[in-house]
Design a protein around this ligand. Sequence first.
Ligand code: COI
Ligand code: CYT
Length: 599
Amino acid sequence: MKRRSVIAIAGFLAACLLVPGWGTALAEKAPPPLAKPVIGVILPFSPAFATIAREQKNAIDLAVAEAGAPVDIIFKDGGGDGPTSTAAFNELFGGGKTPLAVITCSSWASGAVHPLAAEKGVFHIAIASAAMSRTHPRHSVRFTLDAAQEARQLREYLTRFQRIAVFHMDNDYGTNWAKILKQDLGGRMVISLPYDPENKDFRPALARIGEEKPDALVLLSAGTAAEIARQARETGIDAQLVGTRPIERRELLDKSAFTNGLVYTYPSHSFTHPVIQGYQAAYGAPPTFFGLEAYDAVTTLLAALGEGPTSPEALFSWYAKRVYQGALGEVTFDEQGDAVYPYLYKQIINGRFQIADFQYPLLLEKTRQEILQIFHKMDQDVALAAAELSAAGLTGKEADAILQRLCEKNEHAYDCVSVDARGTIVNVAPVDYAAVIGSSIAGQEQMIRLHATRRPVFSQAIETVEGFVGFDLQHPVLDPKRQFIGSVSILTHPTFFDRIVSGKVANFPVEIFLMQKDGRMVYDLNKEEIGRNVFTDPLFTPYPALLKVAKKMAESPRGSGRYDFLDKKLEKKVAKKLIWDTLVLHGTEFRLALAYLEG
Ligand code: COI
Ligand code: CYT
């Protein structure tokens, strides 16, 4: 196949590139002899990050060797700050070579190089750069999850602490993360101090931190965290140690007497890619996430170049919204060019980096609490509306205002109605839904219970007159003489559970679903499963272990189990673990379950 690649440099030069092995270009003029694309790689070879940089270099060398593609990789030392990285970038243009692309490691290097690369028309890839903001859209792609996303996940764990200290590297990574934590934690952040990662003695700063009597110490650190942990413990700080992605370095295991118990957020990729063995064989130790990111960056870039595009715009488009399977697992690039993949909590236990088991019950309980909180607020507000309608009556100006207020106060309400004593809707807010007035809902299961008991009710999943499957909370309305005149309701929005659950599950590799006691799935990530009955639907019958666990779920309010079922995309069969608990409102129970891959 013949392929033609065009390189556009700084907007004034367009040259044909002849690349052996990638087809013969249809050159109008004689091409430069053996023009290999040049890729500049700026890594933090400074002492505090040297093991990271060396690992990235090793992984890149391996990726290039495996691809067998003719490229010229030029490594430069970006040091520990923006100016050094800028100087390294400028050096790439010496010696008559012009890089086609530049790869930078670290938030500070990527932040400094991003605008320069855009101005020079050099495609930019950021690795190990959680804190990078873009001034030039559609130019840089990034293989690191953004710090703001990771912080959303870390937040769930931090809620249990009241006096949180932050000790952070005095670079773009550390200061940006500290800023995010300040926003999240407010007054619960009792102190935040920077440190120089090239430093060896952290005792003066740790003494200051100790005075604040923190119950958690968040370290925004890489391998230096091991020495900080040692000095912190020796200073008498017994706070829970907490970290973020770059903290997982070998040094921490060498000092596990001081680092055991550390909890941190980390990508959830499973170490199964062949490059892990290849790296181990070549360099005598397995790669860490830093190496894998570098490996994927180069492997994908060479694949992109092999397909033709070389301009920054074309390369960016190649990546944006792409999904690929690599050393990092399944990676999805968003429109901004940021890679997204799941993170979870890890913990140092018995001197090893391990997946933290506490996260599953934690996420289940946080989700349960959030839903219950919303249920209770809705319940209080409907009770108040019922009391107000008692005097105002179910229709008329005053009743309109009461229903409108009820709806405005509850963001998860689809609509609010009043219903007469015979079960006919007589009023609605917002007014746009006036079409439901006159509909009888007397046959709905919750209305039958309400009429029988004259007590508040919460429905199971019902077919609403609005036309979707929803959940209805109703309170009876009694007139001032305590005569039953009807009821008032909030009908939940069709995306009610989805909004809450997806907010909580965020980027964790878990699935949360809701099942009624009769086996009906009322919420699942997979819309295809919603509404189906686990006990009777053919989708589930081939999975006896699932049926068994669902039966246990129907019978007991909380428990755990394991089963085989399809993965998130309903593609292949996988082994899953499951824990569940119960949500109750006015006697209506839902099983809230959290499933995750076994392994
Ligand atoms: C980041 O900036 O996100 C990093 O991981 C940098 C690393 C060299 C500590
Ligand atoms: N609709 C509604 N049932 C319905 O179908 N708004 C309340 C109860």
